[in-house]
Design a protein around this ligand. Structure first.
Ligand code: PMT
Length: 409
């Protein structure tokens, strides 16, 4: 299942509010149409100050809707609200967020939001002061508590040359949250009742009070596995060095170092049915950690490294019957042979091998390509695909292993 197949054939309403980020809706609409969705766009009257109706009509699947009163349909808000498989508002202004939280339908977009039972993704964009205002934050938590998906704004350049938090999230982040919003409808509950523990991100090992030894892991692959497991009905604990936007069914534990990750996972490992170690755990850490900050004037510091504990190998030693233990292997050569060696040495059921020397594969990318090596079955290769797709294929193999282990215990 690719991301495009998730959107393919879906009726998606894109709401565009009046803010400078309105021009970015062009990219989102084009992405969704290319992915096979039918896109109906609603512009608020203010949005028309920032972007032309003709532009969005040309890109959408039907003429843009702007008003409750001049639409061909008599009751456009209920038609759009009922037909929608998903509604995304990008950008969403403080006014829209406030009206939606208060249930006030003052225009076609807010009326449609209130007239729908479809999942809704809200993507705020505004100046930092507005985003941080207590009223806006309150309204955001009200929406979250009602199950609305929020794609948080990012740090960066804002209108008027200011810099700070409030910039509309990148299109790929919005698409990721939309994918997540659609998945519970598609999930088959096949992991319902299972406790799945996932690790994600790169550990950061302190050198002194301000510097760390880190790696390039973004946490995206592990987060995708956590979301995919939750969408299949699992109760998920995500142990991560990179915060993920909150998602239902997922409890997050934030850690920084290999030692913190080890302590967190060893506490919950006994209750886990499945453990997936997608994190890039540092193999070495500085010792001792310098007190305070190394001064430049004192010259190049003599950094000594020691090996970190191999968390996965430790989990392999205490694996209980019926538990499925999954590692990832970041390789640059002899992909399957090296991964097979790790699978055997660490007593794993599965290992997901990625050749991180290839373009668009592994660290930091939106995509990955993997070979899933199993202790019981033939390897399964998944060609370059979104990390969401890779996560789904990994969970297919996890489910196969769970069934096999259950049959033999
Ligand atoms: O986070 P992204 O930017 O999305 O990138 C994804 C990824 C490239 C990080 C991911 O796909 C991946 O390959 N994760 C494993 C990276 C890694 O540490 O590989 P490794 O071959 O060095 O380790 C093998 C396994 O042992 C891994 O499951 C690792 O979590 C585990 N390990 C390693 C060292 C250690 N001290 N303790 C461990 O548990």
């Amino acid at each position: 299942m690719t991301e495009s197949s998730i959107f393919s054939g879906k009726f998606i309403v894109v709401g565009v509010c009046g803010g400078i980020a309105a021009y970015k809706s062009v990219e989102l609409i084009r992405y969704l149409v290319d992915a096979g969705a039918h896109v109906a766009t609603i512009m608020t009257p203010d949005a028309e100050h920032f972007i032309g109706k003709t532009t969005l009509t040309a890109l959408s699947s039907e003429p843009v809707h702007t008003s409750l009163w001049d639409d061909q349909s008599v009751i456009p808000h209920t038609r759009l609200g009922q037909k929608a498989d998903l509604i995304v508002v990008a950008p969403a202004t403080a006014r829209l967020i406030g009206s939606y939280a208060a249930g006030i339908s003052s225009d076609l977009l807010t009326a449609t939001l209130i007239a729908t039972r479809a999942p809704v993704v809200v993507c705020p964009a505004m100046h930092t002061e507005m985003w941080e205002h207590v009223a806006v934050q309150h309204n955001i938590s009200v929406l979250r508590s009602r199950g609305v998906f929020i794609t948080p704004p990012e740090e960066g350049r804002l209108a008027g040359g200011d810099v700070g938090k409030g910039r509309l999230a990148a299109t790929h982040s919005i698409v990721e949250v939309m994918t997540q919003a659609l998945q519970p409808q598609m999930g088959n509950g096949s992991l319902s009742g299972k406790h799945v523990v996932v690790t994600a991100g790169g550990t950061r090992e302190p050198i002194d009070a301000v510097r760390v030894l880190a790696n390039r892991s973004s946490g995206k692959q592990g987060h995708a596995v956590a979301r995919a497991a939750a969408s299949r009905g699992a109760l998920v604990t995500l142990i991560t060095t990179v915060e993920m936007s909150p998602a239902s069914g997922i409890t997050q534990v934030q850690v920084e170092t290999a030692q913190q990750m080890q302590e967190a996972i060893e506490k919950i490992a006994p209750s886990a049915d499945v453990i997936v170690m997608a994190a890039a755990v540092a193999d070495f850490r500085p010792v001792p950690i310098a007190d305070g900050k190394w001064k430049k004037e004192d010259g190049v510091p003599p950094i000594v490294l020691e090996a970190t504990p191999d968390i996965l190998a430790g989990l392999g030693k205490i694996k209980r019957p019926g538990q499925v233990l999954v590692g990832f292997a970041a390789e640059t050569s002899n992909l399957v042979a090296n991964a097979q060696g790790k699978l055997e040495r660490k007593n794993l059921d599965l290992i997901v091998a990625n050749d991180v020397s290839l373009p668009e594969v592994g660290f930091g990318h939106e995509t990955n390509a993997v070979t899933i090596v199993s202790a019981y079955d033939e390897p399964v290769t998944v060609d370059l695909a979104s990390k969401t797709t890779i996560a789904q294929r990994v969970l297919d193999s996890v489910e196969k292993s769970l069934h096999r282990i259950q049959e033999h215990t």
